[in-house]
Design a protein around this ligand. Structure first.
Ligand code: GDP
Ligand code: MN
Length: 397
């Protein structure tokens, strides 16, 4: 689950990570109210107005702007709220901005230099360990840094049995060229950031930029936080942070129906029970020379109602040219599933305009095939994996 910047910062702050402080606003009026409040809390005179959407690169698209007085706060917030913000990470039509974060200006002048760093925490799947990735080149696209100056990106892997060690945090501060107060602040920052990552069951943190202020404070100016959906049951307060308006409507609908659905780009819709079988089915489609249109795990109870909901969801994707149903009847008997499919098909009538290939294997598979073959519906049935693949090929060629 992705979070908005302001939500990510709330979590970081609760773990003692210093963040650029701010409050959210839904209207220009509210923006002025919270800007005044922020001035009282922090003493800041200048405010940064930041569009809250689930996409980065907002600065480049005009979604992050500095306001030097309250009139400008009102004017800029008014412009940004309601706009369709286009950034390199949004769809070409942009994303509608519903909220802005009014934040303190932390780029104030002073005796020391201001520096922007990059820092992320993520799982290195190859080694099965968390790692901190960081760079002196903050504030810009890390992809660009990786392409042109890869030697400026450092990584630090963490041994899960002992956690982040003091020497590792010091090495990071050292590699970022820090000394004195800023060095100490960075060590503390890295330590709290890593604790936050582990504590909230995140799958990714990306803080770009991490700022060294002119008075040697280390601050998270931005926060891209992704939490692990499978751990959300442990964090009811974070689960409430989900913003469904930022998610694909079709995936929201599937989730509400208890289906595990991920939209993909291919032409063969899949309906499968069990994540492992779903993965194998996607492989099968690829071996047949096609691409899956989705990942869909209908779970253990493949009754007519669920099959119908799954059908409807798959058919909302205009790219779908065929549907492959691959169900293993273990606890759920194949004949029941077959009846469910036939009933759903009957209910949906002429809404289904693409060929359906059904492979049912397991308890009562033969009976299931018979039900499908005798239903009079244009459903192609198969029992073996290879047969199913051949049928997909036939249907699409
Ligand atoms: P992103 O463009 O979506 O990654 O949004 P960021 O939160 O990273 O902000 C974009 C840019 O706005 C930063 O890289 C900074 O250059 C600038 N910015 C952010 N906060 C401040 C601030 O407090 N003062 C000033 N002057 N600029 C800021
Ligand atoms: Mn950023």
């Amino acid at each position: 689950m992705n979070l908005h910047e302001f939500q990510g910062k709330q979590i970081l702050s609760s773990y003692g990570v210093r963040v650029q402080r701010g409050h959210v606003a839904n209207t220009a009026e509210e923006a002025v109210t919270v800007a005044k409040q922020l001035t009282e809390e922090t003493g800041t005179g200048w405010h940064v107005i930041k569009a809250q959407i689930h996409a980065g690169g907002r600065g480049k698209g005009g979604g992050v702007k500095l306001a030097k007085n309250l009139d400008q706060v009102s004017e800029i917030a008014g412009q940004i709220i309601g706009m369709d913000l286009i950034t390199p990470q949004t769809p070409p039509t942009g994303k509608r901005v519903n909220k802005v974060l009014i934040a303190e200006d932390v780029y104030y002048p002073g005796d020391g230099e201001i520096s922007e760093f990059y820092m992320s925490v993520l799982l290195n799947r190859a080694t099965g360990r968390n790692m901190i990735m960081y760079s002196t080149e903050g504030g810009m696209d890390i992809e660009e840094v990786a392409e042109h100056t890869p030697h400026l990106i450092f990584t630090e892997e963490i041994d899960p049995s002992v956690g982040l060690q003091g020497f590792q945090a010091r090495k990071i501060a050292f590699n970022l060229g820090l000394s004195g107060g800023a060095f100490k602040e960075m060590v503390k920052f890295v330590d709290s950031l890593y604790n936050a990552y582990v504590g909230c069951d995140a799958s990714m943190f990306e803080i770009n930029p991490v700022l060294k202020t002119s008075d040697d404070k280390i601050i998270a100016v931005d926060a891209k936080v992704t939490l692990d959906d499978n751990a959300l049951y442990r964090h009811a307060d974070y689960a409430e942070m989900r913003d469904e308006s930022e998610e694909r409507p079709i995936e929201v609908e599937a989730k509400a129906a208890g289906l595990n659905y991920v939209d993909l780009d291919g032409t063969v819709g899949c309906m499968v029970n069990g994540a492992g079988l779903a993965m194998a089915t996607m492989d099968l489609i690829k071996y047949a020379g096609f691409e899956p249109a989705n990942f869909l795990d209908v779970g253990g109870t493949a009754d007519a109602k669920r099959v119908e909901i799954a059908f409807r969801i798959i058919l909302k994707d205009p790219n779908v040219k065929a549907i492959l149903i691959n169900i293993f009847g273990g606890i759920v008997r194949c004949d029941r599933v077959a009846q469910g499919i036939v009933d759903a098909y009957k209910n949906m009538g002429d809404e289904i305009k693409v060929p359906i290939i059904v492979r049912l294997q397991g308890t009562n598979a033969d009976l299931a095939k018979q039900i499908i073959d005798e239903s009079g519906m244009p459903i192609l049935s198969a029992i073996e994996f290879q047969e199913a693949s051949d049928r997909v090929k036939e249907a699409l060629s």
